[in-house]
Write a protein that binds this ligand. Structure first.
Ligand SMILES: *Cc1c(COP(=O)(O)O)cnc(C)c1O
Length: 412
């Protein structure tokens, strides 16, 4: 079968909606259009029933009770509600004062965690941003060392969105529970791909999102533990008191139905899909590294999600690489989405040098990735890297055995 170009290898950014998800959603646009908060008629009851069914599906994939699921507009909102809501609820001093409490997070979190933490810092909280080692893992030991008497909240992501490394989440959760501190994890890249059990994994608050698990965009969920301990949150958004007062606003019934269905499918297919994608990724990495020199995989070699690789190519310029592989939709370590030419802050936090960070690609595979697409990607990346190197004077020096790092570059 002929390949459809460009191929999509950016499933960490977003996923297509599964057609089974779309089918489940369709009746809720037109036929079952009621407001789930309308208590006095059938239209409302049907909508509510669909929402509660989706709540069960969402709870099942993380081992929670349906009552512990709060609907949101996505992981960004879930993170904001979890972090600001918990910080304000458990604060040790009133707004406007200082020393309101200590929060532990990490330097390579998603902006949807870093920015709420930075805002809290301006509003009287102290925040520790843990730095990982070169493997990118945040360990329970790092968290243990950062604990203070006034620590009120720890927020550490489960799997990183750029390098796919897996932090010591169950161990960090156990530590938090030992100390009586609330533990939140941004599990947007994890849930739906890897087995999750909020009870066994010691999690109090967990965020995830529909559009990263083959569901619709603009819908997410937050798990809020109800016992041992019962976690309370201050609402961020005030209004009609929906979702036990934690998140007011008419529910996005259609999106929620899709979210629930997406969770159900991921749970049923997770194990087989993990194996299939791991084999494809291994093929991708093995072929690229066997066909070329100076191919570097960023982050821990084994402790990472099976469907993602973050890979750098020495002696190629990032911008040219991206232009050369124009038939592969993926992300790069150059912050090309912003106006700056700064390389990825995540790769910098690992100590990857600027050149290698700029020439890095995040290739994330998904439900419809085929072996033919892997072959195509290997060919196009290899051809592009070899072409760029053939024009690089530095590559020539390297091939002649000159140690580039020892060259004294002339000033001015
Ligand atoms: C995508 C992503 C988010 C943001 O999710 P939205 O639903 O798009 O708001 C937050 N955290 C991580 C780790 C992500 O990958």
């Amino acid at each position: 079968m002929a390949l459809k170009l460009p191929i999509y290898m950016d499933h960490s950014a977003t996923t297509p909606c599964d057609p089974r998800v779309v089918d489940a959603m369709l009746p809720f646009f037109t036929e079952v259009f009621g407001n789930a908060a309308s208590r006095s008629h059938k239209f409302g009851w049907e909508a509510e029933e669909a929402v509660e069914n989706a709540r069960k599906q969402a709870a099942a994939i993380i081992g929670a009770d349906p009552k512990e699921i709060i609907w949101t507009s996505g992981a960004t909102e879930s993170n904001n509600l979890a972090i600001k809501g918990a910080a304000c609820m458990y604060a040790k001093a009133e707004p406007g004062q200082r020393n309101r409490g200590h929060i532990i997070t990490a330097a390579l979190e998603h902006k949807a965690v870093l920015d709420p933490c930075k805002r809290l810092e301006r509003e009287g909280f102290d925040v520790t941003f843990l730095e990982p080692g070169p493997d990118g893992i945040i360990t329970a030991d790092m968290v243990r060392q950062a604990f203070r008497d006034d620590t009120i909240l720890v927020t550490i992501m489960w799997a990183n969105n750029e390098i796919a490394t897996i932090n010591e989440v169950p161990e960090i959760g156990a530590l938090c529970h030992e100390k009586g501190v609330i533990f939140h994890t941004d599990a947007t890249q994890w849930v739906g791909k890897m087995p999750t059990d909020v009870k066994a994994d010691n999690i109090d608050l967990l965020s995830w999102s529909g559009h990263k698990i083959y569901g619709p965009k603009g819908v997410g969920a937050l798990y809020v533990r109800r016992r041992n301990p019962r976690v309370r949150l201050q609402a961020v958004q005030d209004g009609g008191g929906h979702e036990r007062g934690m998140r007011s606003g008419t529910l996005n019934v259609t999106g929620i139905v899709g979210f629930g269905k997406a969770c159900e499918i991921c749970l049923a297919e997770m194990e087989a899909e993990r194996d299939r994608l791991l084999k494809l990724r291994q093929k991708l990495e093995n072929e690229l590294s066997s066909r070329m020199e100076m191919v570097v995989i960023n982050g821990h070699r084994d402790r990472r999600l099976p469907h993602v690789t973050n890979i750098s190519f020495g002696f190629v310029e990032g911008e040219s690489l991206i232009m050369g592989i124009n038939e592969i939709a993926c992300s790069s370590g150059s912050a090309c989405t912003s106006a700056s030419l700064e390389p990825s802050y995540v790769l910098k936090a690992l100590g990857v040098n600027d050149e290698l960070a700029h020439s890095s690609l995040r290739l994330s595979l998904g439900r419809w990735t085929t072996e033919e697409e892997i072959d195509f990607a290997v060919e196009q990346i290899t051809r592009t890297v070899e072409h760029l190197r053939s024009m690089s004077p530095l590559w020539d020096l390297y091939k002649e055995g000159v140690d580039i790092s020892k060259i004294q570059w002339q000033a001015h």
